[in-house]
Design a protein around this ligand. Structure first.
Ligand code: F0G
Length: 412
């Protein structure tokens, strides 16, 4: 097995920490940490091994995350906390392709995970690490999906779990999941960013283990989605990979996954990673547009896509590396564009929650702006299941959906 360390991403610091040190950010400079292998790995024959594991009944092989364990920072005999996450479908979406103006569009549906969102691929790894560290309680701040996912994995691991959510801003479906899985729900007045600040303070004294995507073990799990996608595409990445952006852990994870696949020569070209934000909650897009040197937070993020109503994205530096190194972009789409794209995804028989639909809206926008060509290959990542936010669907089709600025959203 490989050895791994945690390393600060700040080039001027690069401090190292042991893989089992309980740190979330660099103790020297406060920057984010990243898990890194020490030494070289033998990648020969791995593609065959991974394919073979798909027929195995071993709990690790049933998981679309642990199947790629050569790239995960654990010993071979670690006891994994798994709900058979990953192994999600890659759908062809012909109506969405027409709608966007591309010849072919494929949707990687991460909503088909055990708790209905992409968070499960990261949570299986972070909670496995929590268990290994012997912690008693795991905590997170959330717009709903992280909370539902953590609550489920904590229950599997028999750990205490507390989640902090912005009062009145999380869909009932997500809250119901967290409650059903036995988490203690703490609602606070304010938005996700306020919850994030509060939970970081709470985790500071070491009594609770923080598993937001600031925790580098979350990113390790989520990066395996790039592996699974590459496998589904016979190890040929598309020209474009399009993901929604909120706290920016997901785009960071795709960037890391692609980087590791390239370094291991498992793929020979990388996709352009484009991040799409809702216009009302788009600090990362503004940073990109204005060629900023640092990200300026949105104090009052606003969008009906509640999962990505975030103004102070924790992982923006990692996400920026992913976008910059792949030649991608960061763009925004309006509330009307999100709603219409979501309805189109539904008409392909697929469906998703609003935040996920930013991707299809973004692709349509890129084609009309001439940034994406009709014959380029493109994969959009759908991050959450249709049933995560049914209120939105009913209101949209009843012509009762109203954007945060008071504009009436009309249905297709
Ligand atoms: N899509 C969905 C459905 C999400 O739940 C989230 C984030 C994102 C996209 C954005 O991903 O933060 O990695 O850029 N949800 C978090 C939560 C914030 O608490 O569930 P990101």
């Amino acid at each position: 097995m490989n050895q791994f360390i945690q390393r600060c991403i700040n080039d001027a610091c690069r401090s190292e920490f042991g893989i089992d040190e309980r740190v979330y950010v660099c103790r020297r400079c406060g920057e984010l940490l990243e898990v890194e292998p020490v030494g070289t790995t033998d990648f020969d024959g791995l593609i065959e091994v991974w394919r073979w594991r798909r027929m195995s009944l071993d709990v690790r092989d049933r998981s679309g995350v642990w199947r790629f364990r050569e790239f995960l920072p654990f010993a071979d005999n670690v006891e994994v906390v798994s709900l058979e996450e990953g192994n999600t479908p890659l759908y062809d979406a012909p109506r969405c392709a027409d709608y966007c103006g591309v010849a072919r569009l494929r949707l990687k549906h991460q909503g088909n995970n055990p708790t209905g969102s992409f968070k499960d691929t990261g949570m299986t790894v972070a909670v496995t690490q929590a268990k290994k560290l012997g912690v008693n309680e795991v905590v997170c701040a959330s717009t709903g999906n992280t909370a539902a996912s953590l609550a489920a994995y904590a229950a599997r691991a028999r750990l205490k779990c507390a989640i902090m959510v912005p009062a009145g801003q999380v869909s009932n479906a997500k809250l119901a999941q967290a409650i059903d899985y036995g988490a203690e729900v703490r609602e606070i007045e304010g938005n996700f960013d306020d919850c994030m600040r509060a939970i970081r303070d709470l985790a500071e004294d070491g009594s609770a283990y923080l598993v937001n995507s600031i925790n580098p073990f979350r990113i390790e799990g989520q990066k395996t989605v790039a592996f699974e996608l590459a496998e589904q595409l016979e190890w040929r990445m598309p020209d474009h990979l399009v993901v929604p952006g909120g706290n920016l852990g997901n785009s960071s994870a795709f960037g890391k996954g692609v980087r590791e696949l390239m370094a291991g020569r498992l793929i020979d070209r990388q996709p352009r990673i484009t991040v799409v934000q809702a216009a009302g909650a788009s600090p990362f897009a503004r940073f990109y547009r204005e060629h900023g040197s640092t990200l300026v937070n949105d104090e009052h993020p606003q969008t009906l896509a509640s999962a990505i109503k975030i103004g102070a994205p924790v992982s923006w530096k990692k996400a920026w590396t992913a976008v910059r190194d792949s030649g991608g972009e960061v763009i925004t789409v309006s509330e009307q564009e999100i709603a219409d794209a979501k309805a189109m995804i539904g008409r392909d028989g697929i469906g998703c929650e609003p935040a996920s639909a930013t991707t299809v809206a973004g692709i349509r926008r890129m084609v009309s702006d001439g940034v994406m060509k009709n014959d380029e290959s493109v994969v959009a990542v759908l991050t959450g299941h249709l049933l995560k936010d049914t209120d939105y669907v009913i209101k949209y089709h009843d012509q009762k959906l109203v954007a945060p600025d008071g504009t009436q959203i009309t249905s297709l």
